[in-house]
Design a protein around this ligand. Structure first.
Ligand code: THU
Length: 130
């Protein structure tokens, strides 16, 4: 699947963002190596710590459906700048592969591609627990 299509799915998912507190909508779409896509939005909570980012919503949907092999994740915020995954999401993404591509997008024509290793250098991973 091309990144443009993945970004489109993230833009669609962003419409479902539940953001009564920040009003900052985020959408994400995780492409699996088997071609499936899992989308997610951010979901906020009056007890703020209960908030879940769009990226983790998409990832947790995938993992809970038995899909772990993530190829790429597209992320769209709703400002003029690119929205990059927060620190917690970077760590969760790293859990499922050092080479996962992160596509931060404004729209289908304006995006940047990184790997999670670019965004989380010197990561603490399962290897450190050996
Ligand atoms: N948020 C995401 O969903 N993903 C990001 O990459 C950055 C932040 C959400 C969390 C919260 O609902 C809102 O954006 C403001 O922090």
């Amino acid at each position: 699947m091309k990144y443009k299509e993945l970004i489109k799915r993230a833009l669609e998912a962003r419409k479902n963002a539940y953001v009564p507190y920040s009003k900052f909508s985020v959408g994400a779409a995780a492409l699996m190596r088997n071609g499936k896509v899992y989308t997610g939005c951010n979901i906020e909570c009056a007890s703020f710590g209960g908030t879940n980012c769009a990226e983790r919503t998409a990832i947790f949907k995938a993992i809970s459906e038995g899909d772990k092999d993530i190829e790429a994740i597209a992320v769209v915020g709703d400002t003029e700048d690119y929205t990059f995954p927060c620190g917690i999401c970077r760590q969760v993404i790293m859990e499922f592969g050092r080479d996962i591509k992160i596509i931060v997008a404004k729209d289908e024509d304006n995006y940047q591609v990184y790997t999670i290793s670019d965004l989380l250098p010197s990561a603490f991973t399962a290897d450190d627990l050996d």
